[in-house]
Design a protein around this ligand. Structure first.
Ligand code: G4P
Ligand code: NA
Ligand code: NA
Length: 194
């Protein structure tokens, strides 16, 4: 998505540890016009997939997920994060390890918001090692919900998350695919195909 790549080049900052800081439009301050374009792009990519619900994880997944839900006219559910979860009957839960933060969180959603009749579009801001997406897969499995696909705003394709999605056999749509960082420069997969 050209508009997104241009915004990353303009406002993104490369931090040590191959982390892209995009708090100007995605992770802290949010640009609603750009988010609307992002939601529209996800809806277009999954318009024939029979999506009944959009699922994400708080907090940074919520803005793009809501815009995708708006464009598809389906509800949006975000998993909540907890330090730990004792067994609670009315929740689906999964453990998510963050390589970036070196911490483990539980994510959970209320059972009443996901079920076997649902076909779910998973949305997240970043795909790095895919631990968040893996956690959402586990939650969908517990709910016996079908997975329509995965929509990612920014994928770091040099990390392993896409393999995890491929192993699952579901469609992955990443609106910006970063192939490498070179100092403070960002390279996209689209550079080699243009
Ligand atoms: P993974 O989910 O793909 O395995 O990612 P990882 O454990 O490496 O990342 C943990 C957190 O860091 C996630 O946010 C993820 O979105 C974010 N992240 C990963 N790579 C980058 C990056 O290059 N730039 C930025 N800005 N974030 C990155 P989170 O902990 O769920 O936080 P949030 O949703 O509350 O923002
Ligand atoms: Na995230
Ligand atoms: Na994040």
């Amino acid at each position: 998505m050209r508009e997104l790549e241009e915004r990353i080049l303009k406002d993104g900052r490369v931090l040590p540890g191959e982390v892209l800081k995009v708090d100007n439009f995605l992770n802290h301050q949010v640009d609603p016009d750009l988010m609307f374009s992002i939601g529209t792009a996800f809806a277009h990519a999954f318009r024939d997939a029979g999506v009944t619900k959009v699922l994400t994880v708080e907090s940074s997944g919520i803005a793009p997920a809501v815009m995708a839900g708006l464009a598809l006219h389906v509800p949006v559910v975000f998993a909540r994060k907890h330090k730990s979860v004792t067994l609670i009957d009315d929740l689906y839960t999964a453990e998510v390890y963050s390589y970036t933060k070196k911490t483990s969180n539980h994510i959970s959603i209320a059972k009443k918001f996901l079920g076997a009749d649902d076909k779910v579009l998973l949305i997240d801001d970043f795909l790095a090692n895919g631990q968040a997406v893996q956690g959402l897969f586990e939650i969908c499995d517990q709910a016996k919900a079908e997975i329509a696909g995965v929509g990612i705003v920014i994928e770091k394709v040099f990390q392993t998350g896409h393999e995890l999605v491929a192993d699952r056999g579901v469609k992955l749509v990443s609106l910006a695919q970063i192939t490498s960082f070179d100092g403070d420069r960002v390279h996209f997969a689209s550079e080699t195909t243009k």
